[in-house]
Design a protein around this ligand. Structure first.
Ligand code: PRP
Ligand code: 7HP
Length: 185
């Protein structure tokens, strides 16, 4: 198993940015419920923190699971919904909550299928964005951090299902000497 690698974003940096994003979202939406649609598995930590930081409205949390990476570092390009919503989002304010946008294949597909369900509004919040990697353009309203084209793990993000539980985000490295550097396990 490769080591986690070099620290990119500390837990403190992430938590501060999550609070800023929540304040922006709170300010942008009129009163009324907002549906956070979290994309499993990677966004599970982000949605947990973001939802607790939203103070001004009722928040409903729903999960979808979509897979395109398998155990690889690049998208297969084949997007598959492995768990769909349990609710009807027609007429509701919906915010898709993602951990990362890379090629954009996953979110452009998800946005398209959710738009067909006629929400009142549909926006995207992603913690991380790798703009250099974009293949499929997708409009994203809220971005936590723009990061370079490096494979990152932690705070929900995995490599072959490992490292999701790290509180920090690290650049994946297979260098043994970097093992756990700056990582709070
Ligand atoms: C990751 C991530 C995004 C997607 C982004 O999911 O959580 O959903 O890849 O990549 P893209 O912009 O190139 O489509 P993954 O398929 O690895 O599943 P996971 O969330 O369960 O780790
Ligand atoms: C998907 C993904 N998962 C974990 N780390 C990254 O850097 C990733 N890019 N796209």
């Amino acid at each position: 198993m490769p080591s986690a690698g070099r620290l990119l974003l500390s837990s403190e940096q992430i938590q501060k940015r999550v609070r800023e994003l929540a304040a922006q979202i709170d300010a942008d939406y009129a009163d009324g419920p907002i549906y956070l649609i979290s994309v499993l598995k990677g966004a599970f930590m982000f949605v947990a923190d973001l939802s607790r930081a939203l103070k001004k409205r009722s928040v409903r949390i729903e999960f979808m699971a979509i897979s395109s990476y398998g155990n690889q570092k690049t998208s297969s390009g084949q997007v598959k919904v492995t768990h769909d919503l349990d609710v009807n989002i027609e007429g509701h304010n919906v915010l898709i909550v993602e951990d990362i946008i890379d090629s954009g294949v996953t979110l452009s597909y998800l946005r398209r299928i959710l738009e067909q369900r006629r929400p009142k509004s549909l926006e995207i919040v992603t913690l991380l964005d790798k703009p250099e990697r974009r293949v499929a353009p997708v409009a994203v309203k809220y971005v936590g951090f723009r990061i370079p084209d490096q494979f990152v793990v932690g705070y929900g993000l995995d490599y072959a299902e490992d490292y999701r539980n790290l509180s920090d985000i690290c650049v994946l490295s297979s260098e043994p000497e970097l093992r756990l550097e700056g990582v709070s396990l």
